[in-house]
Design a binder for this molecule. Structure first.
Ligand code: SF4
Ligand code: FES
Length: 366
């Protein structure tokens, strides 16, 4: 199957992070600092990615500000002509650092917010993070860069979605991404505590719709609805190996940020194989690209060009085989796994205090 060049590179510069969010997308086995790529190795990754066609570089983590060479890396990506996006918790993003990063070529900042209520936000982050969000947002606005606020929604903060939207307005966000938690890695471990009720989702949906209408033309509001509760699977990654590649802190190249959960695949490293070869020819990138790998019911389904059979990581985690139809799909022979999880979740009471949510924090297992 031939492939188009990738549009984006998610560069996970480090897994080090001052926050310990219970839905963290980083792997349960974090890459240690001593195994992180060097500045020169990252430069080589960016140069190869640009040659491959990449136009957008997302500098992410962990917390990318934990890398002292962040300004040099931003400058290198910008010098190649890429649009450079900084994905940050905001901790450590002072006016001075933001001014330097903007001067080196950062084009856009994505700032994570855990909740509107400070105590709740700090409890979710596992550290005193909330107070830093305002100063970080001010620093971004002071240099005149566009700001996106990202919020992962779950049982512990869905009820305050209206206040979260107001906070994003106060922070001066140009865009707000409200994404319900996806259950991989840490979020899968904490799924019982994170899973919202149908009532919570419906109430939040009403609030978000009203806010979208009210804020039209001022702040774009993106709402990614809860996967398990949806009627059909999400078109994950817009198809496997179709638009974006992820490079982990140690140079492992992944077709999606969670792909490491698929233990039946082997992944190449950017330090030992050219990025172009990995994109076009490697086992991991070609495994589920296009439609040839599909089994029934996806193989003959008229939605296969819409959702690409859903999410490969979710299929692997919930059915044991990544080539199975995503079990969120009602046509999947494994759909009962998802309906069973939802029924189990609905039978539990909604807990309102974060202390009662019982998250397993990353810090507990490091
Ligand atoms: Fe999508 Fe496959 Fe379900 Fe069809 S059968 S809707 S292609 S996941
Ligand atoms: Fe990996 Fe969906 S998260 S394919």
């Amino acid at each position: 199957m031939s492939a188009d060049p990738p549009l984006g590179l998610l560069a996970e510069l480090t897994h080090r992070c001052p926050l310990h969010c219970p839905y963290c997308s980083n792997p349960v086995e974090l890459v240690r600092r001593e195994r992180e790529l060097t500045t020169d190795q990252w430069r080589s990754v960016f140069t190869q990615a640009r040659a491959l066609g990449v136009l957008q570089v997302h500098l992410s983590g962990g917390e990318p500000l934990a890398r002292r060479d962040l300004p040099e890396l931003a400058a290198h990506a910008a010098g190649l002509g890429c649009y450079v996006n900084l994905v940050t918790s905001g901790l450590g993003l002072t006016k001075e650092r933001m001014t330097e990063l903007a001067a080196r070529g950062i084009d856009h900042v994505q700032l994570s917010v855990q909740a509107a209520d400070r105590q709740r936000a700090d409890a979710i982050a596992g550290t005193r993070a909330a107070a830093h969000k305002r100063s970080a947002a001010e620093a971004v606005r002071a240099v005149g860069l566009p700001l996106t606020v990202n919020v992962v929604l779950h049982r512990g903060n869905l009820d305050e979605v209206g206040a979260i939207i107001e906070l994003a307005e106060e922070l001066g966000a140009d865009r707000l991404e409200l994404a319900n938690a996806q259950y991989y890695g840490w979020a899968l471990r904490n799924r019982d505590s994170l899973m919202p009720t149908r009532g919570q989702l419906d109430a939040a949906d009403t609030v978000v719709r009203a806010a979208k209408a009210r804020l039209a033309g001022r702040m774009e509001v993106i709402h990614v609805i809860a996967d398990y509760h949806d009627s059909y699977p999400k078109p994950c990654m817009h198809g496997w190996g179709a638009r974006q590649l992820t490079v982990a802190p140690d140079g492992t190249v992944l077709p999606c940020p969670s792909a490491h959960v698929i233990s039946t695949l082997t992944f190449d490293n950017a330090t030992t194989r050219p990025l172009a070869e990995i994109w076009y020819e490697s086992e991991s990138f070609t495994a589920y690209r296009g439609e040839d790998w599909m089994r029934d019911p996806c193989r003959t389904c008229d939605r296969r060009g819409v959702d690409f059979g859903g999410c490969r990581c979710q299929a692997f985690l919930l059915t044991g085989a990544a080539e199975n139809t995503d079990p969120v799909c009602p046509k999947s022979p494994h759909h009962g796994v998802v309906t069973g999880i939802l029924a189990d979740s609905a039978s539990r009471q909604v807990l309102v205090g974060v202390a009662e949510l019982g998250f397993r924090m990353r810090s507990e297992e490091r």
